[in-house]
Write a protein that binds this ligand. Structure first.
Ligand SMILES: Nc1nc2c(ncn2[C@@H]2O[C@H](COP(=O)(O)OP(=O)(O)O)[C@@H](O)[C@H]2O)c(=O)[nH]1
Ligand SMILES: [Mg+2]
Length: 342
């Protein structure tokens, strides 16, 4: 065994799984977790754009038993909570001693600052940074508003591997055009794979990464002061039944809001279906709800919504990101309360 190999074996392998809102990052991570070698310990670090974290609950609920999940909600850790990545990753590694960590940044996260942190002095002697995988939806590339966004372009540009996901719901021409575009990027991608539901071989995670991929738009997501919230941290607040905590987190041209409910609150499933699948101009919606005897996971991207049961049972929570910059949430909040069972 070469000294290089033995050194790398003692380091924690780390992969960044990037991609825009709702493209299938968490789905891909669940898929990779299901292929984890039995003798390895893996941990997942998830960053949520909004104040209310949901992906951690999804991965805890649907992921493989024994995988540690840590979540940072309340802004992208590439900007507003830039120090959180250092501390959270360090803490996760020290607490869980993993062989591998998968990091899911928010869909609005710019990869440059994150990669810079992972390549920086804090982690140089601790982690072995492997391929950055960008999950992407051909429909986003066909949508000029998304395709021209600097964050979307740099997520693709800085990826070593691109997983073109959701090919089942894209028209074939859109997938072909997108793949042709990806083939023209420089430096070339190590791999471009078309898939559905994030299916890919776990061996992709060990592919090489390179620091040669520099951002096209380094200032697309400048550091911002930490967002102030008026509400106390979740752990300090005792939520009363029927009195959810509401946390708004607008950013740039998107309004966003989250709700946390008491674990005792139970919802009417039909009322939820109608409200969450309704006419709001949703870009992304995620929620877990106690419907009495079962928990449901709602997942909506644009107009497509799915609802499935989930083996999770902490508290009901919802996070919504809209396509518009401002929204008065009061009426929606009233409707949400009306979905509660008496
Ligand atoms: N039709 C279709 N839906 C998918 C596919 N991959 C993921 N989804 C769904 O897209 C939604 C968003 O997926 P998620 O993994 O949460 O996306 P993330 O926001 O990027 O983490 C969920 O409802 C998934 O079930 C796919 O290949 N095809
Ligand atoms: Mg996710």
């Amino acid at each position: 065994m070469s000294p290089q190999t033995s050194k790398h074996q003692s380091l924690v392998s780390v992969n960044l799984i990037t991609g825009f809102l709702g493209v299938g990052k968490t789905t891909t991570i669940l898929n990779l977790l299901s292929q984890r070698p039995a003798d390895e310990r893996w941990s997942v670090l998830v960053n949520e754009f909004g104040e209310v974290g949901i992906d951690g609950a999804i991965i805890e609920g649907l992921g493989t038993a024994g995988v540690a999940v840590s979540e940072i909600a309340g802004g992208c850790f590439c900007c507003s909570t830039s120090e959180s990545l250092d501390f959270s990753l360090l803490d996760l590694i020290q607490q869980t001693r993993p062989d591998r960590v998968l990091i899911e940044p928010t869909g609005l996260g710019h990869p440059a600052a994150i990669l810079e942190t992972l390549r920086g002095p804090w982690f140089r002697e601790m982690i072995n940074l492997r391929a950055t995988i960008c999950v992407a939806d051909p429909k986003d590339f066909a949508d000029l508003r998304v395709a021209t966004s600097p964050v979307f372009q740099d997520q693709l540009h800085m990826a070593d591997i691109v997983l073109v996901n959701k090919t089942d719901s894209a028209i074939p021409e859109a997938t072909t055009t997108f793949v042709e575009h990806l083939r023209e990027l420089f430096p070339p991608k190590l791999m471009i794979l078309c898939t559905t539901r994030g299916h890919c071989d776990v061996e992709l995670l060990d592919a090489d990464t390179t620091a040669e991929r520099v951002p096209l738009f380094p200032n697309a997501h400048p550091p911002q002061p930490a967002r102030k919230t008026n509400s106390p941290p979740e752990s300090l607040s005792m939520l009363l039944p029927r009195h959810p905590q509401r946390k708004e987190s607008p950013q740039g041209d998107r309004a966003a809001c989250g709700w946390l409910f008491s674990p005792i609150d139970r919802f009417n499933e039909n009322a939820l279906n109608q409200l969450l699948g309704g006419s709001l101009d949703v870009h992304r919606l995620k929620g877990v709800f106690n419907v009495g005897g079962a928990w449901l996971l709602y997942n909506r991207v644009g107009g497509d919504m799915t609802c499935e049961s989930i083996p999770y049972c902490r508290d009901s929570r919802l996070e919504i990101i809209l396509e518009q910059p401002c929204f008065k949430w009061d009426e929606f909040a009233d409707s949400l309360l009306k979905c509660l069972k008496w």
